[in-house]
Design a protein around this ligand. Structure first.
Ligand code: GDP
Ligand code: MN
Length: 402
């Protein structure tokens, strides 16, 4: 789960990481009131969307004139921002952050995430703050600093000193070395205490009066630990999330919307990935990833159908179930019952394999429903692609061996 910049900054403040004085506003009137109260020489008006790159897209406005603030809010609110992270559709601005401006002497990059190789938290830092870090990593990898933190020991001040000196803070501004080490320790505490998946500050700035301030903030959380953090859950902004994904989460389904036209309903994440691969191999594209889980029931199958059919791009449905824990005849019953409840308007291919697969297939064949039954994965994928039309003229690779 992601949160807005203003929410990330409120967490930073809680954990002792300095942020500019600011407040979230939703209307020009609120903006006028807050700007008067803030009474700063410089005001920054920032669009709050779950995507970076707002600066370049015109989502960050700076003014010295307090009277201009409500007008800037009026200009941004309701506007659709297209940044390199939003995709071509962009994101509508509904909330804004108004904060005091900072005099910037140097912009740094700083983040904490989990290193895939070691499974340890890792600090990523760079002197190239304010830029897209992916670009820095691609073109000047030597400017990316990494410091692993042993989670059994926790953050130590030497970790902070290692990063500070690798950044060259001793030559850039020695006065910020100790505050930097302390800030990094606080950020580590936030990362661990709140079960964050990533904490990013870009830019972290050294101000002209030698202070260290988080000018931007991004925090994403591990969904599996949200139950422990009601304060974080309260930050959820459903406007920023895919509606079908919200519905799927409510039904305990693991669903990710994709751009193709074959809806997939599969049990198990690994089989779901393999199913997507085989659809591509057969010359089409999956409309989604959907794992109904090991204990799929009539209800989960029905919820899955409903979600798949709400996606206008879905031109056919492919159900691929391996009966391991779950028995195939129960899935077949589930499909039959669900098909009575939810009107299925597109071609449907069901492949059952594993425990009681034969019984399951027979039930489906005898059900009188309009569907195709298959037992072989490759055959099933070719069937559904044949019924919905190939998207690619050439298959991704030869499909030999079957
Ligand atoms: P992003 O583009 O979505 O990552 O948004 P940021 O919050 O990083 O803002 C983009 C840029 O706006 C920053 O890199 C800064 O250069 C600039 N900016 C943001 N806040 C201030 C401020 O208080 N003072 C000044 N001078 N520039 C700012
Ligand atoms: Mn930024």
């Amino acid at each position: 789960m992601n949160v807005h910049e203003f929410q990330a900054k409120s967490l930073f403040a809680q954990f002792g990481v300095s942020v500019p004085k600011g407040k979230e506003v939703k209307t020009p009137l609120q903006a006028e009131k807050w700007a008067r109260e803030l009474n700063s020489p410089v005001f920054v008006v920032k669009a709050q969307i779950h995507a970076g790159g707002r600066g370049k897209a015109g989502g960050v406005k700076i003014t010295k004139n307090q009277a201009d603030v409500p007008g800037l809010v009026k200009e941004l609110i309701g506007k659709t921002l297209v940044t390199h992270q939003t995709g071509p559709k962009g994101r509508k601005v509904r909330r804004l952050l108004i904060e005091e401006g900072a005099g910037i002497a140097k912009e740094l990059y700083l983040s904490l995430l989990v290193d895939r190789d070691t499974g340890w938290p890792v600090v990523i830092a760079s002197t190239e703050g304010g830029m897209e870090i992916e670009e820095v990593a691609a073109h000047t990898p030597e400017k990316i600093i990494k410091e692993l933190i042993d989670p059994a020991v926790g953050f130590q001040s030497y970790n902070g000193h290692n990063v500070a000196f690798a950044l060259g803070l001793n030559t850039i501004e020695p006065a910020v070395i100790n505050p930097f080490v302390q800030m990094l320790g606080n950020l580590y505490k936030l990362f661990m205490d709140k079960n964050a998946a990533m904490v990013e500050i870009n830019p972290l700035v050294i101000t002209t009066d030698k202070k260290l301030i988080a000018l931007d903030g991004k925090v994403s959380f591990d969904d599996n630990s949200l139950y422990k953090h009601p304060d974080v859950q309260a930050m959820r902004d459903l406007n920023e999330e895919e509606p079908l994904e919200i519905e799927a989460t409510a039904s305990n389904l693991n669903y990710v919307k994709l751009d193709g036209n074959i809806g997939c309903m599969v049990n198990g994440a690994g089989l779901a990935m393999a199913t997507m691969d085989v659809i591509k191999l057969a010359g089409s594209e999956p409309a989604n990833f959907l794992d109904v889980g090991g204990g799929a029931t009539k209800e989960t199958v029905a919820a899955g159908f409903r979600i798949l059919l709400k996606d206008k791009n879905v031109k056919g449905i492919f159900i691929n179930i391996f009966g391991g824990i779950v028995r195939c005849e129960r899935i077949a019953h589930g499909v039959i019952e669900a098909a009575k409840e939810v009107k299925i308007t597109v071609p449907l291919v069901v492949r059952l394999q594993g425990t009681n697969a034969k019984d399951g297939r027979k039930l489906l064949k005898d059900s009188g429903l309009k569907l195709e039954v298959a037992d072989d994965l490759w055959e099933a994928a070719q069937k559904i692609v044949g019924m919905t039309g190939k998207k690619r003229s050439k298959p991704a690779a030869a499909a030999g061996g079957h």
